[in-house]
Write a protein that binds this ligand. Structure first.
Ligand code: FAD
Length: 354
């Protein structure tokens, strides 16, 4: 079987690695001269988003054969709304680096594969269709699915990010919610180490040209004065892609609508979808069916996203107040209750009564 993968990012490399395990060597096309993003930035896996899975990293290793090394555990989250602050401490997840560094997720995956990547090659799925039995679309963006009429947007915006220097706790994550600069989005700070961090503003419903003003307003409002060492701007779109398998094409990762719409978490689903696409090909099973269990969590996130979209700043204040009630904070973070599912069931129950 002749298989090609468009995109040597997280999902494409996870797919390539799994195909290799089954003895298949795909052709891997990557538009840039390296795997992964050009600018380094920090992301996290938050355990609460993956329940009932207790340890998402162990799950990836045990059930999908992909062992990733985080740069640090995530042990503290500090949230800010316009008038409130809340904190949670404990084993909350993992912090990862993205980008060109050897310890980034994409570099780790690239080190694991033996198939050479065809760098500096912008692949056109229409041209490749005639030459391959299967094409894995792992481009990290919705544009092929959009062109084929498979995509519906859920969250649209732009990300302005920066690498900053200062003093940081390497295991602490900061999140800000404020309509003034983020609209329905959010901002976060994630540390590389004790003297470098990424700050990201994901501003919803803004045009690229408006982003810099939102960024300045964010820094000014939150009195953030770190020195900017590097910067990046990325379009941020999450959405629903159906079907994810059409003709001889299989969509994985972000290009399959597998980045969730609340905070843009997509690492876990990108790895899982890459592995499942490869296994479906090798075992001649339906990828659509094999990956369908991911839909439930995405749907729960979409319901929460719709709720957040009508939040006002006072609602963020109230939400943070709830996190400040110790038994509630404990219930949410220190049990394995599937909070997203509970929220989704509750919200669907209420709307069915209206
Ligand atoms: C600022 C930011 C913060 C994030 N924070 C988090 C977080 O905290 N937690 C989390 O879980 N996730 C987070 N994510 C999302 C996560 O990084 C993505 O979900 C994941 O990397 C997506 O993997 P992918 O394989 O779909 O796409 P990517 O990793 O983006 O890979 C796509 C690859 O395809 C290549 N490509 C595209 N088109 C072509 C073409 N035509 N020909 C050849 N190559 C092509 C690209 O160059 C790229 O290398 C964040 C993302 C960003 C940008």
């Amino acid at each position: 079987m002749k298989v090609c993968i468009i995109g040597a990012g997280v999902s494409g490399l996870a797919c390539a690695l799994t195909l290799e395990k089954y003895g298949l060597k795909p052709d891997i096309y990557e538009q840039f001269d390296h795997c992964g993003e050009r600018t380094p930035f920090i992301i996290c896996i938050l355990q609460i988003m993956h329940r009932p899975v207790t340890d998402p990293l162990l799950d990836l290793s045990k059930n999908y054969g992909i062992t990733l090394k985080p740069i640090n555990p995530l042990t503290k989250i500090i949230r800010f709304s316009p008038n409130k602050i809340s904190r949670t401490v404990g084993q909350l997840g993992y912090i990862f680096e993205m980008g060109p560094s050897p310890r980034s997720v994409t570099s780790q995956l690239y080190e694991m594969i033996t198939t050479p990547v065809k760098f500096n090659t912008v692949a056109d799925y229409k041209e490749l269709a005639a030459h391959y039995d299967k094409i894995i679309v792992a481009t990290g963006s919705p544009y092929i699915a959009k062109e084929l009429g498979l995509w519906t947007d859920v969250f649209r915006g732009w990300v302005r990010g920066a690498v900053v220097s200062g003093k940081f706790d390497p295991c602490t994550w900061f999140v800000w919610f404020n309509k003034k600069y983020a609209n329905n989005g959010y901002a976060y700070l994630g540390p590389f180490n004790s003297n470098t961090a990424t700050i990201v503003l994901a501003a919803a419903d803004v045009k690229e040209g408006e982003l810099e003003n939102h960024w300045k307003l964010f820094l000014e409002t939150e009195k953030i004065v770190y020195r900017e060492e590097d910067r990046f701007v990325i379009e941020h779109i999450t959405g629903i892609c159906r079907p994810r398998e059409i003709g001889n094409m299989i969509f994985v990762g972000n290009s399959a609508g597998l980045m969730e719409s609340v905070f843009g978490f997509g690492l876990y689903n990108s790895v899982v979808s890459g592995v499942l696409a490869a296994e479906s090909l090798v075992n001649n099973k339906s990828y659509e069916e094999n990956a369908s269990f991911l839909n439930e969590k995405l749907h729960q996130c979409n319901l929460l996203r719709h709720k957040l979209d009508v939040f006002k700043n006072k609602d963020y204040d109230q939400l943070l107040e709830l996190f400040n009630i110790p038994p509630l904070n404990k219930l949410i973070y220190h049990t394995n209750l599937d909070i997203l599912k509970i929220y989704a069931d509750f919200s669907e129950h209420i709307s069915s009564k209206i």
